[in-house]
Design a protein around this ligand. Structure first.
Ligand SMILES: *Cc1c(COP(=O)(O)O)cnc(C)c1O
Length: 340
């Protein structure tokens, strides 16, 4: 098997890496199960951090190599990806346009979330030009249409797909898998399983390919932020094959390694369930760590529930990969009982 050569892919270095790998002793003791560690990708350093920053190190290397003067991307109103992209664009002096879908608002008209707070407030602060569209909009089409409008105005747009979900973006998490195994080796830690939120699935696909390329036996348990298990697993199977080819790695990630869990998505994408809020409060109060209501609160609720049901053995070492998203907390204040 060929070992993946990460240096074949140009990358800018604007993240604060390696992100820390830390124990969560009080949460571990509280749950009385396996040893829980946290990989702090909420601390990747760019504008509040998060998993999109690692993807953007590769994507912006490509942006800067091309003759472009504006990046165009898309996401939900509270997209962490749009926030991190707007910050990277500001940093490299490139204009950023974003198409924002009102899908959470439209799906739950009575659900209270403030659309001028959290991530979208920061998008404005970074000077991004925002275009709101209804929830049912075909976002890829809207992205292409907006880029075409810009081209007709003589601009040179670069399209960054929603979530930074491209093979280049996924390389950020191939690299993260290498980084994490290196950190574990340095402290003699044998990781049994990584648990994290899976959305567009690029993070998980990158991790799976990165672990495979090192012949690692570490399992990955992806907790879905909205889409059903079967859909997520089928998508990852396809994207793993694409990424293996893109990265020039022989072989195939075994199907049994591709695991998505949609038991903790609650009422739907962008809508926290009671167990999401409980998980956020528990980790805040036991460890002083912020989670978010859209992504990490759901995977932490999953981890807590799996431990309570005895799915992990005492003595096993679990790494919770924190993918960021905490600015969204401020848009969802009304979801917490102490605010209402
Ligand atoms: C985007 C995002 C995810 C999902 O990442 P994917 O690579 O799209 O699966 C998870 N957590 C947070 C906080 C995010 O912003």
């Amino acid at each position: 098997m060929k070992r993946v050569s990460l240096t074949n892919f140009p990358r800018l270095e604007f993240c604060h890496l390696p992100s820390p790998l830390e124990p969560l002793p009080r949460l571990t003791r509280h749950l009385g199960g396996p040893n829980i560690f946290i990989k702090r990708d909420d601390c990747t350093g760019l504008a509040g951090g998060g998993n999109k920053s690692r993807k953007l190190e590769y994507i912006f290397a490509d942006v800067l190599q091309k003759d472009v003067d504006v990046v165009v991307t898309q996401g939900d109103v509270q997209s962490n990806h749009v926030r991190q992209t707007a910050a990277a664009a500001a940093r490299f002096g490139i204009e950023c346009h974003a198409i924002l879908s009102r899908r959470v608002e439209d799906a739950m008209p009575n659900f209270y979330y403030e659309k001028e707070s959290g991530n979208v407030f920061l998008d404005n602060l970074f000077g991004a030009k925002l275009h709101y569209v209804p929830g049912e909009t075909d976002m890829d089409q809207a992205l292409e249409a907006h880029a075409e409008t810009l081209r007709r105005q003589g601009r040179k747009p670069y399209i960054i797909p929603g979530g930074g979900n491209t093979p280049l973006g996924a390389m950020g998490y191939v690299r993260c898998a290498h980084e994490l195994l290196g950190q574990a080796r340095d402290v003699d830690l044998k990781i049994d399983c990584i648990v994290h939120t899976t959305g567009g699935t690029t993070t998980q696909v990158g991790l799976l390919v990165g672990l495979f390329s090192l012949a690692s036996q570490v399992r990955v348990h992806g907790v879905s932020s909205g889409k059903p298990k079967a859909m997520q697993e089928a998508k990852m199977k396809r994207l793993c094959a694409d990424l293996m080819a893109f990265a020039g790695i022989d072989g195939a990630v075994p199907e049994s390694a591709i695991v998505a869990d949609s038991d903790f998505t609650g009422p739907g994408y962008g809508i926290p369930g009671p167990e999401t809020i409980e998980a956020i409060e528990l980790v805040a109060r036991l460890e002083g760590i912020l989670l978010d209501p859209v992504y990490t609160g759901k995977s932490m609720a999953g981890l807590i529930s799996l431990i309570r049901r005895g799915q992990f053995k005492p003595g096993e070492n679990i790494v919770y990969l924190h993918t960021g998203g905490t600015p969204a907390l401020f848009a969802y204040r009304q979801s917490f009982a102490f605010v209402q």
